[in-house]
Design a binder for this molecule. Structure first.
Ligand code: ADP
Ligand code: MG
Length: 322
């Protein structure tokens, strides 16, 4: 409905529930409306003021709707394998809160699938896949605007070129995202990152001197706390020497879509589903069985033993007894 027409007939008592910011606007223009809720707004406000209010509301609505845009699901339509034949999975929809694992031999196309999602492919990548957001062909902003990145990418190679301390880097990041309570968020990221990384680091540590595991941990915590991107892509996290279980917990708790390429059985079984990649194509989608879930207990115990051995080795102990 035309907002100007609506303003012409709306009663004062309905204004606040319809547009909560309208009364503030009117107050700023020296019109206090509180006396009689059944009175028509047009009786107390001039035509000129109503014109201005209509314009203001239109701006506010477009501003707010932009910010409130929510991604509930993404859909991947299958393309072609490396040999040009159609890939097995023709359609895959992933919803917010889901963790999808991507498994397959090295060179099979796991990173390619993540890249297709990051780029919101529209049959314009080597695989010919297309990606829909909430069931629709995505608006171009998902590809072009840096504020509206679909994906927070945690990539295999984290290259820090900037000569900043951890704190400076996080401050910069928080400011560019216009975060509320930046100091609190920075503390939280630093705490989370240190919980993930084997070896703690300080806020004044230069980014460039972080180990691979530490910078990965920092990126995961940063993504979880600061990123508005609805989709998180994780490419082979297992080699980074961080607490994988905790990393996944931190990311999953943020109501995002998580896609994770992995060779790690524990991570793979923790996913809601896993996509099997072969020869460049999505071959099948597998749901973990009850037996697999039951095996997680044993796998975690095994993993725990390995972690402890690794720790002892690091501390300079001998492993004569394991
Ligand atoms: N369906 C496909 N069609 C053409 N090239 C592909 C396809 N899938 C993957 N590739 C290419 O194969 C190479 C290896 O894929 P990559 O995703 O890096 O494998 P992985 O991450 O599983 O080790 C890359 O150059 C990638 O672009
Ligand atoms: Mg890869």
């Amino acid at each position: 409905m035309d907002i100007r027409k609506e303003l012409a007939s709306i009663i004062v008592g309905d204004l606040n529930s319809r547009w909560p910011y309208a009364t503030t606007f009117l107050a700023k223009n020296d019109l206090e409306i509180e006396d009689d809720p059944s009175q028509k707004l047009s009786e107390v406000a001039s035509d000129e003021l109503l014109d201005q209010l209509a314009e203001f509301i239109i701006e506010m609505e477009s501003f707010l709707s932009d910010d409130e845009e929510v991604v509930d699901e993404i859909t991947i339509f299958g393309g072609n394998c490396k040999n040009g034949e159609p890939e097995g999975v023709r359609e895959l929809t992933i919803r917010v809160g889901e963790v999808i694992c991507i498994v397959g031999p090295t060179g099979s196309g796991k990173s390619r699938l993540l890249a297709d999602i990051e780029w919101v492919a529209q049959k314009d990548t080597p695989t010919g896949r297309s990606v829909l957001i909430n069931g629709h062909t995505p608006e171009s902003k998902w590809r072009t605007s840096s504020e509206h990145k679909l994906v927070a990418q945690l990539s295999q190679n984290m290259n820090f070129v900037m000569d900043l301390s951890v704190e400076e880097f996080l401050t910069l990041h928080a400011e560019s995202r216009q975060t509320e309570n930046p100091e609190e968020k920075i503390q939280q990221i630093w705490n989370d990152a240190n919980a993930l990384a084997g070896e703690p680091f300080d806020l004044d540590t230069p980014i460039t001197s972080l180990s691979g595991g530490q910078s990965r941990a920092l990126m995961i915590a940063d993504t979880a706390v600061l990123s508005k991107s609805p989709v998180v892509l994780i490419d082979e996290i297992e080699n980074a020497g961080i607490d994988r279980q905790k990393a996944l917990d931190i990311l999953v708790s943020q109501d995002k879509i998580v896609l994770m390429a992995t060779h790690d059985p524990i991570l793979a079984l923790m996913g809601d589903r896993r996509v099997v990649i072969n020869n460049g194509g999505m071959k099948s989608v597998v749901e973990p069985s009850e037996e697999e879930h039951a095996n997680l207990v044993d796998l975690r115990a095994l993993d725990d033993r390995m972690m402890k051995l690794r720790h002892r080795l690091r501390m300079g102990e001998r492993l004569d007894e394991v």
